[in-house]
Every structure is written in structure tokens, then in C-alpha cells.
Design a protein around this ligand. Structure first.
Ligand code: PBG
Length: 330
């Protein structure tokens, strides 16, 4: 046999048994860091499946509360609620997102009544589910998304959601200045204790495809004039600087897996909690491959969530929140 030199260091020693690996694991997943996004749809009498998101449902107002209670009992850290109004309730300015009897605000009220402070109740603060054109803001006379006119609507929407019972509002529309107007509106209405989870780095991503089905989106075209270009990295640090100056309590990077570099940059640059959103398309990719038998679903779930945490996320929004919590509890 040829003489080969023997290694001076042996990293494999610490991988030798499950107990050793457990001892030295640098990143741990815990259900309390996982946030479940949930959909509530007006005008349906039974929960509806979402074709491109197997296992995820559009809930009725009643089934939403039951499923949320189950999720909280599974130990997850919070829920993020999206509302899907009836088609006939959509209009150019998204009025039904503002009114107290709109589907999302009613749902927030019943969730807060049922769950109190047992969980962190978060609401999506955006117009796309409520507008007939499907954009995240209101349009000007030329059909362009009007930043400053949208801010006025977001301010009112924030107050409506806080009044309905949200602990945290999540402005996700990528309008410039949105965090400031939301913070000021909340403070002005006596909601000083309602937190703002800023969608700080939100990219114009193909990974939102299944979500558009989930919220019955009417959008034609894209959101490239307001969401970030996937080509850009340092732009996220600019968005971070602005959101922090405007009063964000927590910041988010979205999508997660294709943007771990951005997540790592953001986490290194701030002392506020950083969240990441494993979005609908990330979920759909795992589900589709697992359904073919091409990937092991449970291992993919834990590996992707661990990677997102390792890159710097304190909390992860994921459609797998309850499933992962159950896996973690063994
Ligand atoms: C906007 C919003 C979107 C998502 C969360 N908030 C859609 C979009 O920006 O087009 C996507 C979430 C997902 O894909 O899971 N209200």
C-alpha cells in the first residue's frame, strides 16, 4: 500500500454519534420561532384547498379560529393572517381591507377573542388582496402605483387592524415611507403597543406564484416597480436603514432560501429581531418534489428551516410551522 500522510485534524470525531452531533449543533430549531401564515376567505361555507399548496387551506372565519387554536397548542410562536374578500367586495382602493367588518379585520377580532395573548397575532398590511386590480397600492391616472396616495390608505388600515386585535402589523407593500406612516398612525390612535414587522427586503419573486392562487389575486403584470430586483444585494441594507429610522420593531427578508445572503447581511447589520418568510413557492417546490418521491419532505423541511435560522433569522414564517413543530417535538 502507498504511504499516505495522516490527517493532523479530524473534524469527523465530533460527528461520530448522534449525541455528539447534538452537543455541538450550532443552530437549533424551536417551534416558538415559527410563525404560521393563514388565509381566511369570505363567503365560503367550508375550507377550500389551494391546488398549488397541498395541505394549506383557505379557511372559513370559523375554521380559521379552530385551526389557529390547534397551531398555538402545537407550540408555534405566532400566526400571520391574510384575508381573501368576495370578488364583489374588491374595489380600486381596497376599501374592504379598511372597514371593521371586512373579512380580515373580523377574523382578527375573533382570533384575538379566542386566543387573547396566548400567541402573537400578526396581520398582513397590504392592499393586493382587496383591490380589484390586484396591486399592493392605489393607482394614479396613468395606472401606476401611487406611492404617497397608498401611504394614506396604509395608515388607516394599520389603525383598523390594531383596533381589531392584531399585536403586530406587517406592512408588505414596499411603498417608500410605509413604516413611518404606519407607526405615526398607530401612535396617533393610541396603539403605541402595536408592533410593526417591516417587510424590509422583499424581492419581486416568482416564488409568490402559489400565494396568488391562495388569495385569488386578480393581478395582471408584475410588482417590479415596487418590489426589489433579485439582482440587488446592498439595496436591502438601504431598505433596512430606512425601516429602522422609520420605527420598525422587527424586520423581514422575503423570500428566504434564494436570499440567504441578504438575510445574513441584514442580520449582521441590525440589533432588532430579523424574520424570514419561507414563501408559497418554496413550500410548493418541496411539496411537488416530495409528492414524486424525489425528496424526503420532513428532512427538507427541517434542513431548509435550519438553514434559514443559520443565516440569521430569529423567526421564520412558514406554511410548515405546525408540521415542523410536530417533527421537533418528535
Ligand atoms: C403581499 C404579499 C405577498 C406575499 C405575502 N404578502 C404577495 C406578493 O407580494 O405578491 C407572498 C407570500 C407567499 O408567497 O407565501 N400582500
Amino acid at each position: 500500500m502507498t504511504e499516505v500522510s495522516r490527517p493532523h485534524e479530524r473534524p469527523r470525531r465530533l460527528r461520530a454519534t448522534p449525541a455528539l452531533r447534538r452537543l455541538v449543533a450550532q443552530t437549533r430549531l424551536h417551534p416558538a420561532e415559527l410563525v404560521l401564515p393563514m388565509f381566511v376567505r369570505d363567503g365560503i361555507t367550508a375550507p377550500q384547498p389551494i391546488g398549488s399548496m397541498p395541505g394549506v387551506l383557505q379557511h372559513t372565519p370559523r375554521s380559521l379560529v379552530e385551526a389557529a387554536r390547534e397551531a398555538v397548542d402545537a407550540g408555534i410562536g405566532g400566526i400571520m393572517v391574510f384575508g381573501v374578500p368576495r370578488d364583489e367586495d374588491k374595489d380600486p382602493v381596497g376599501s374592504c381591507g379598511l372597514s371593521a367588518d371586512g373579512v380580515l379585520n373580523r377574523a382578527l377580532g375573533s382570533l384575538r377573542d379566542a386566543l387573547g395573548d396566548d400567541t402573537v397575532l400578526m396581520s398582513d398590511l397590504c392592499l393586493d388582496e382587496f383591490t380589484d386590480h390586484g396591486h399592493c397600492g392605489v393607482l394614479d391616472d396613468h395606472g401606476r402605483v401611487d406611492n404617497d396616495a397608498t401611504l394614506e390608505v396604509y395608515a388607516r388600515m394599520a389603525v383598523a387592524q390594531a383596533a381589531a386585535g392584531a399585536h403586530v402589523v406587517g406592512p408588505s407593500g414596499m411603498m417608500d415611507g410605509q413604516v413611518r406612516v404606519v407607526r405615526e398612525a398607530l401612535d396617533g390612535a393610541g396603539h403605541q403597543d402595536t408592533s410593526v414587522l417591516a417587510y424590509t427586503a422583499k424581492y419581486a419573486s416568482a416564488c409568490y406564484g402559489p400565494f396568488r392562487e391562495a388569495v385569488a389575486s386578480t393581478l395582471t403584470g408584475d410588482r417590479a416597480t415596487y418590489q426589489q430586483d433579485p439582482a440587488n444585494r446592498t439595496e436591502s441594507l438601504r431598505e433596512l436603514r430606512l425601516d429602522l429610522a422609520e420605527g420598525a420593531d422587527m424586520v423581514m427578508v422575503k423570500p428566504a432560501l434564494p436570499y440567504l445572503d441578504v438575510l445574513s447581511d441584514v442580520a449582521a447589520a441590525t440589533d432588532v429581531p430579523v424574520a424570514a418568510y419561507q414563501v408559497s413557492g418554496e413550500y410548493a417546490m418541496i411539496e411537488a418534489a416530495a409528492a414524486q418521491g424525489w425528496l424526503d419532505r420532513d428532512r427538507m423541511v427541517l434542513e431548509t428551516l435550519t438553514s434559514i435560522r443559520r443565516a440569521g433569522a430569529r423567526a421564520v414564517l412558514t406554511y410548515y410551522a405546525v408540521h415542523a413543530a410536530r417533527l421537533l417535538e418528535g
